[in-house]
Every structure is written in C-alpha cells, then in structure tokens.
Write a protein of this length. Structure first.
Length: 537
C-alpha cells in the first residue's frame, strides 16, 4: 500500500456568476444586520422629511433674498465698480450651474467613479468570476447621487433665485439631473478606457475655472439671459438616450477597469464617507485633494530654510504652491467681491459683506492647508525645537501672506465702489491677522467628544457638542471682523475703526495661539493640553 492518500473523485461544478455572489453577500449582510424592513422604511422616511424641510428652508431664504434685491430694471442704473454693463443675477446663476458641472466631474474623477471599497476589493476582486455582475451597483452609485444633488441645487436656484414657473423648474431639474448623470457616466467610460483619475479631476477643475471666466465675461459684455436655458421634451429624451448609451458602453467595459483603479477609488470614497459622517472637514478636504495630486513631486533644495522657524514656514508654503488648485481657488475667491461689485442687483452692503466673509474664509482655509495637515500628522510640530504657541504663530505666516494679497484685490474692489481705496486697503491689511488666526484655530480644533450624549440625525448619531467644535475658527472670524462689517454697512472707513480692527486682530492672534480651551483653563475638562496636536510640551 502506497503512502499516498487516495482521495475520492468528485465533480467540480460551474463557477458562480458575479451577480449571484453579489446577491449572496447582500443577503448575508442583511440577515446579520438585525434591521428589518420597518426600520429601513423609517430611516428613508426620516431622511426624506429632513431633505424636504431643508429644501423648503433653502427656497424660503433664496426667495427672501430675491425680494430684498433690487429688480433688474431698477438695478440697471445702479452704480457699479467699473463703468461696465454689470453682471446680472441670471448670468450669475448660469455661471453657478456651470461651476456645479465642474464640481460633479471633479468629484467623479476623485471618487473613481467606479470603485470597490475595502471589503469588496478584498473579497470580490480576486475571485475568478466576471466583474460585470459584481460592479454594476457601483456604476449606478455615483451617477445617482450626482443626479439627485444637482437636481435639488439647480431647482432651488431656478425656483428660489430666478422665480421661474413650475413647469420650467421641473424641466430644468430633470435636465440638471440627467446632465449630471451623463457627466459621471462619461467619466466612468473614460475609466474603462484607462483614463487616469487625475485627468478627469483636472478636467472638472478646468470647467470650474471656466465658470469664473464666464461670470467675468458676462459682467464685461453685459450678458443678461432670461434665466437658465429651457430644455424641451425632445432635449430631455436626447439626454435619456445618451445616458442609456453610456450605461451600455460602461457595462461592457467593466472588465477592462484595472484593479488598482477600483481599489484607489474605493479607498478615497470610504475615507470621504467616514469624514462626512464624523463631521471632519479637514480630513474630507485632505482626501479629496490628495486624490488628484501627481505621484511624482518636484524636488526642492529648500534654500530658504535657515532654522526651525523658516523650515516650518517653507513647509507650509510648499504645500500651497505645489497644488495649482489651491492657487486658482485663492484667485477665484478674490474675484468674488469684484463680481458682486459689477452686479447692479448685488452691489451693496449685504452683497459685499457676504462676499468678504464667505470668500475670505474659503481663501484663508485654503492657504492654511499646512496647519490642517499638521493636526492629523503633527510631525514637524513634534520634531522641531519650537514651543506649541510658537508653532501656531508660525503656522499663521503663510495664511497671512496669502490673505494680504487677497485683501488687496477684495478690499480694493470695495474701496473702488465706495471711492475710498486707501481707507479700505488699510482696513483690509489691519484685518489680515484675523483671517490667519481663524484659519489656524479651525485647523487645530479638537475632535468631537463622541462619549457625550448623542442626537439622532438622518446621517446617524452625532454628539451634542459638535456645534461648538465646528464653530472654532468661524467664531473668532466673525467677532474679529466686526469693524469690517460695520464699515461695509456704513459705507465708509473711519480712522478709529482701523485702530479697533488692529486691536481685535491682536486679540484673535492671542486666542488662536492658545493651546487650551476655556473649559480646560477653568479646570472643567480632564484632558491634558499635551494630548492634543500642537499642544504644550
């Protein structure tokens, strides 16, 4: 008798199809989840009610703003920054819709758009089965989300801002939803042809930049459309046909998508969802930004580094300079007050106040990317021989420099409108530390305390103190810009206001460099200051 074991013969069955594996996985997951159909319907109902309430509030706010603004005919003779026809409200809405298309295409490139998350990539991709049945839900996931969000946003703009009739709003919403789905499906088709995700995201960024150019050109040329372009029923049918053709083409090319592309997109999507659920805007921005960066970076000899302080400042500057997207965003936000100043329906205290606060906060957050990354990975904060307060103070240098250049453009436009450029430039320069301090304070804000009592929301449970955490940064920004806002509504800059603004800027810098919260200073928190990133050592 030989030493080999005699194994009986057995028949090998056919390999299961990808569709059956996907259904088996879904059925097993639902069986072990412990949630019934009643809980699912309850969650869907709750989410739908909350979405309807949000849309109603948005329509009410936009309608109130529309009634507060002067009519197009009355605003045609209103003063603007330059002797130009000006930017109409309808042209601005068209530019916003074009920018929305760029955002959809850019996010599609960053998220895949066809991707496989961690468990899917681990268990499904190595299986010797066809991938079409496995990946078909992933093909519809991003287009459906883009269509839903785009339809809601465009509908609010058309109905709330432009006051379009109901039938036209319905056709516009359908066209926007189908157009967004076509854009994402086009990106998916490019993915099947091995088009890089970075190329797709860069194309979306270019479309977004084109929206800014369109707004500027409309203000120069005086283009005043009646509203968003009307889409006929035949046009809607054409969009449906194009979307269907793209679905078929993408479905046939799913086998050609490389596994590395599926895994990379799934990793980005998983991290982005986690950041949204945990309300971490820093992580969300980092994930979406890093997804479009080139793999090879330019080498730098760092000749400007002369010590620990200069090393920290140069590192922050390189983070901004090596991302063209951030530079374009800084320029675009600086042009927002200029666009408001050229729009007769928007040029005024309310328009300038919103443009300065919102545009400035976006710009200073963009320039403070180094501090935002340091909160997650405080490598330089720990290695360099610098105190925690000194680190935060040095982190303000790059945002301060960027906001100084930003203020020359933004406050210069306001000065032209009020015919007092020197006074407004002086006020803008005095407010630069406020922008920098708010950005650093927001970058180093602590994570929400998930051990606190929770509040149920459609996105899941969130802690009760999350609002105070998210307010760190915007709180000192609003308080520090009170002199600026007062001057905007008064229409002039008093010398005393510049002095008050300078004092408030120093106060904001002192608050932003503090490494402890008010509760910790009062002994109400048991957390050690050294436990937080950038904390005292």
């Amino acid at each position: 008798m030989s030493g080999a074991t005699d194994v009986g013969r057995f028949e090998v069955g056919e390999l299961p199809r990808g569709r059956s594996i996907r259904r088996f996985t879904s059925a097993t997951t639902n069986q072990r989840a412990g949630a019934g159909i009643g809980e699912l319907l309850g969650d869907v109902y709750y989410a739908a009610i909350m979405a309807a309430i949000g849309i109603g509030i948005a329509l009410g706010v936009t309608g109130t703003l529309r009634e507060a603004l002067p009519d197009a005919d009355a605003g045609a003779g209103a003063p603007t920054v330059w002797s130009l026809p000006g930017l109409s409200l309808s042209a601005l809405v068209v530019a916003v819709v074009v920018g929305l298309a760029g955002v959809v295409l850019s996010l599609a490139g960053r998220l895949g758009p066809v991707s496989a998350g961690g468990p899917e990539a681990t268990w499904w991709l190595p299986l010797p089965v066809e991938r079409r049945g496995l990946l078909r839900p992933a093909v519809a996931r991003v287009p459906a989300g883009a269509a839903l969000v785009s339809g809601v946003v465009v509908g609010v703009l058309d109905a709330g801002v432009l006051a379009a009739p109901g039938g036209r709003v319905l056709s516009t919403v359908l066209a926007a939803a189908l157009g967004a789905a076509v854009l994402v499906l086009g990106a998916s088709l490019g993915q099947t042809l091995d088009v890089s995700r970075r190329a797709t995201s860069v194309a979306g960024d270019l479309v977004l930049a084109g929206a800014v150019v369109l707004a500027v050109a409309s203000g120069v040329a005086g283009w005043r459309p009646d509203g968003l372009p009307a889409v006929s029923p035949l046009g809607l049918v054409g969009l449906v046909v194009v979307a269907g053709a793209l679905v078929v083409a993408v479905d046939r090319g799913l086998e050609r998508i490389p596994s590395r592309s599926l895994r990379a997109g799934g990793a980005v999507a998983s991290q982005a969802v986690g950041a949204v659920v945990s309300l971490d805007t820093r992580e969300l921005g980092r994930v979406l930004t890093d997804a479009s960066l080139p793999r090879r970076r330019r080498a730098s000899r760092l000749r400007l580094v002369r010590g620990p302080s200069s090393a920290l400042v140069v590192a922050d500057a390189l983070v901004v300079l090596r991302s063209p997207r951030r530079l374009v965003l800084l320029l675009a936000t600086a042009l927002v007050p200029a666009l408001v100043g050229t729009a007769p329906e928007l040029a005024g205290p309310v328009g300038f106040a919103i443009a300065l606060v919102v545009g400035g906060f976006v710009a200073t957050t963009t320039a403070a990317e180094g501090a935002r990354r340091a909160e997650m990975a405080p490598v330089l904060d720990r290695l360099l021989p610098l105190g925690a307060r000194d680190v935060r103070l040095l982190r303000m240098v790059v945002p301060a420099g960027a906001m100084a250049a930003w203020s020359l453009v933004a406050f210069g436009v306001v000065g032209l409108w009020h015919q007092d450029v020197p006074g407004w430039l002086a006020l803008g320069v005095a407010a630069v530390p406020v922008w920098a301090g708010a950005a650093v304070r927001a970058a180093y804000r602590p994570a929400p305390d998930w051990s606190a009592p929770l509040i149920a929301t459609p996105m899941g449970a969130i802690p009760t103190g999350v609002t105070s955490v998210l307010a760190r940064g915007p709180d000192v920004l609003v308080l520090g810009l009170v002199p600026v806002l007062v001057s905007v509504f008064l229409g002039r800059v008093h010398p005393e206001v510049v002095v008050v603004q300078t004092v408030l800027s120093l106060v904001v810098v002192a608050v932003a460099t503090t490494t402890t919260t008010l509760a910790e200073r009062l002994g109400l928190s048991g957390e050690s200051p050294a436990a937080a990133p950038g904390g005292a050592r």
